[in-house]
Design a binder for this molecule. Structure first.
Ligand code: UDP
Length: 471
């Protein structure tokens, strides 16, 4: 391979799940000889990461952090429900700042640290402008899709689903009906397992505007030089085989957190006191509950979860972000409600947990999750059984893989009911079969990321690809 200095600009979507995984990618690339990496955050998130004492300086002299404005006023809450506004503003005001910055990074050591000129961009697949602007400036760009491969394949299959009459769903139709047209998934995919945006319809049965935005992003990102996916052959091998002919190149290099242990990149300050609490619990006795960084629930749903958890009777550790309850209902003190229902010793509430450490802890017996792709991967790597309550986007299809393909957990999709929470949590905690399947899958995934495994091999190929782009 030539000795040209590769410098990759990595630009994640300003959301927790994206920031984490792209930091892992960046750290992995910067560990390869001669590769420099700049991570581009928004100004707001870089400040927030610093406030949360997260990683904003790197151990590696070849990894650095820069930022651009997202175009929103400083006092904008940027809460979970503002995603579309954030993306929109970033794509307009942020786009200009990004173009100017990238232009300056092409001519020498701008940005400090003696870095060589940027030779390629890895843009978040949801920030297609980052990919387009790079190509306009003559910089080859790759797209990183942080969601599951199966959700990508579902979006790529939309034209076929319309052709077959599977979409739009008939008004009031049965969501348990099987769906044809997503290759390789015909045996187990139901309407309710397709990404949540598929349930929306336009006024005249056209594609709903929100689904259209996601379809445009999918088409745009799949035109990139290559698509990078944080997945592994043992999780989504058949899906990857169906994606490969539809993109210019695809690299399945995950789960990245199992390949490269990067420092924490949490936007919230982690409450590591919960680790000491876990230390005091018996092996596999605790239910860990977290619905990720974006899920918003109603007070009624909170009450159903709480009653179900208390009825199941296991100690539980519950992540309740300050913005987890629908804004108009958020006056209740959740911590007090949990303590009153479960008792002090049985329950621990935190605003944000060091999730990977929690899932690795011997005391954790199962994970009640929203089935975000990162959380799904983190549970898969640790062999922890999951109970899934998917909220949106790819989570509906991820939880179907958990419940019906890998059989490493249970899917309580669309039903938030105390009795169901109680039953499923109890089954996930007690079932030897689910635990065995979860552990067998973890073993396979560990082989994928280990020396000579498919993900490790693809990662090497990606580094070669990026070096080649620098020559
Ligand atoms: N996470 C964490 N602490 C928490 C809750 C979540 O560190 O208390 C991390 C979790 O480990 C994962 C990410 O936040 O890496 C959430 O990503 P995911 O794709 O699961 O869900 P999203 O937040 O994008 O819906």
């Amino acid at each position: 391979m030539g000795a040209a200095a590769a410098h990759v600009l990595v630009f994640p979507m300003p959301m927790q799940g994206h920031i984490n995984v792209m930091l892992h990618l960046a750290a992995t690339l910067a560990a390869a000889a001669g590769v420099h990496v700049t991570i581009l955050h928004t100004d707001h998130n870089l400040r927030r990461l610093r406030n949360a004492a997260a990683a904003t300086t790197a151990d590696s002299p070849r990894l650095r952090f820069l930022s651009v404005p997202d175009g929103l006023p400083d006092d904008h809450p940027r809460s979970a429900s503002d995603i579309l506004e954030i993306v929109d503003s970033l794509g307009t005001a942020g786009r200009a700042a990004y173009r100017a910055l990238l232009g300056s990074l092409l001519v020498g050591s701008a940005g400090g640290g003696g870095f060589p000129p940027v030779t390629s961009v890895v843009g978040d697949a949801l920030l297609t402008f980052a990919i387009d602007v790079a190509e306009e400036l003559g910089v080859p760009a790759l797209a990183f899709r942080t969601a599951s491969a199966s959700s990508l394949l579902a979006y790529l299959s939309v034209p076929r689903l319309f052709e077959l009459g599977e979409l739009p769903f008939p008004p009031g139709g049965d969501l348990d009906e099987p769906v044809r047209g997503v290759p390789g998934m015909e045996g187990f995919l139901r309407r309710r397992d397709l990404p949540s945006t598929f349930r929306r319809q336009g006024d005249d049965h056209d594609v709903h505007p929100k689904l259209q935005i996601l379809l445009d992003l999918t088409t745009g990102s799949c035109k990139a030089r290559a698509v990078i996916l944080n997945t592994a052959v043992s999780l989504e091998g058949p899906v990857l085989a169906h994606i490969a002919p539809r993109v210019r190149d695809v690299f399945a290099i995950g789960p990245l957190h199992a390949i490269s242990p990067a420092p924490a990149a949490s936007l919230w300050r982690e409450d590591d006191g919960c680790m000491a609490w876990l230390d005091g619990q018996a092996d596999r006795s605790v239910v860990y509950v977290s619905l990720g960084s974006l899920t918003v629930i109603s007070l009624e749903q909170f009450t159903e979860f709480l009653s179900g958890l208390v009825a199941a009777g296991y100690p539980f550790l519950w992540v309740l972000r300050p913005d987890i309850i629908v804004a108009s209902q958020s006056t209740t003190n959740l911590q007090e409600a949990v303590t009153a229902a479960a008792g002090d010793s049985k329950a621990r509430v935190v605003g944000w947990a060091p999730q990977r450490d929690v899932l690795r802890h011997r005391a954790v017996g199962c994970f009640l999750t929203h089935a975000g792709w990162n959380s799904t991967l983190e549970a898969a790597v640790e062999g922890v059984p999951t109970v899934c309550w998917p909220f949106f986007v790819d989570q509906q299809i991820n939880s179907r893989f958990v419940g019906a393909v890998w059989r490493t957990g249970l899917d309580m999709k669309d039903v938030c009911d105390a009795a169901v929470v109680e039953r499923m949590v109890t089954e996930a905690m007690e079932s030897g079969e689910i635990r065995e399947k979860a552990q067998a899958l973890a073993e396979k995934v560990r082989q994928d990321v280990g020396d000579g495994g498919s993900s490790a091999t693809e990662l090497k190929r990606l580094v070669g690809f990026l070096r080649e782009l620098a020559t």
